[in-house]
Design a protein around this ligand. Sequence first.
Ligand code: PMP
Length: 414
Amino acid sequence: RTLNRERSRQLYDTAKDVIPGGVNSPARSWGAVGGNPLFLTRGSGSRVWDADGNEYIDYVCSWGPLILGHANESVVAAITQAAADGTSFGAPTERENEIAQLVVDAYESIEMVRFVNSGTEATMSALRLARAYTGRSKIVKFEGGYHGHSDALLVAAGSGALAHGVPDSAGVTASFAQDTLLGVFNDPASVEAHFDAFPEDIACVIVEPVAGNMGVVPPHDRFLQGLRDLTEKHNSLLIFDEVITGFRVEYGGAQQRYGINADITCLGKIIGGGMPVGAYGSSAEIMATVAPLGAMYQAGTLSGNPVAMAAGIATLEQLQEPGVYNALGAKAASLAAGLQEVFAEAEIPLRINRVSSMMTLFFNAGEVNSWETVLASDREGFGRFFHRMLEEGVYLPPSPFEAMFVSTAHSDAI
Ligand code: PMP
């Protein structure tokens, strides 16, 4: 069948006149798979509907936040109530205490947490905090790791492991990029080499503990512990960017799943329950560096917004119910097994990397455990698969190197 997507096409044409590329975030433009993006009008549970009324099973889930699916009843009720109470005050509200306590209770490594409005703000602020606390300037990030679009972190690929960073975006000056060192994911030795070269200068190592932005790549057994040991040895801070993995791979995120505590944790996505939220948290001692307690300035007119906090609280409360993560993992596992079987029958190489309810289908015959092996995947093959699935009523992330997400609202049948 061929779906009618005329209305989406028209809306996209109109959007392109007034919004760069027609989108407010580049991945939405389907650059990696070709074609015109769908304009979505409604979501309910595991389903979304486009502007032409076509229905899809959604495995994007807003790129991770919607772990309870679309328009979850309690979340919508909480948002509605909070909005009716007033959408913003720029003064403290009780809901901020409530969600902060939920985060502190979920993470052993977090004693205090500051709420911001996006994952980008969380990681940007976490870097500033690491630099302020240590008095050092350099940072280590990993090739293929995405931590939002702040200048120092838009340095990703191309260079060898020991090269100084080069900007990945126009407008990021060399002076910003030069303090960003690149490591190789799943290779602690690549980080050790940086510490050997700059033993006193590295403020922090920032990592997605489960890589999600080069497609899902789980950490090797010794990788995260290796980073923990190295940062401790050199009095540097370990930052886990858990914007995706927080409350996703376990209630207590990757830190609970792998039993390793970070010094600073970045959160986003799920803690906002579909509203724009980010957060960074750490020990009370390190957080004492943050204004108004300390000398590191960071602020936000809409930070801790009551409507957003309400959505986050309602989401986290439901995730505390017993068995949620087991059920999510099992559902994702059966989806992965089914897909693997179909691809095997069709004799198309497929490698599924999955950690709990986040996974990526790599069109790749070999193991995918690094940025290098990720890039060896068949992108055109994925593009064809993406469009075929769309015709069948399944909405996948429009890129071969993104994570797909299963929510509690997906049924066992799919
Ligand atoms: N860190 C990670 C690991 C992410 O996946 C993302 C966004 N996908 C960000 C940070 C940035 O978050 P935001 O898009 O909310 O700014």
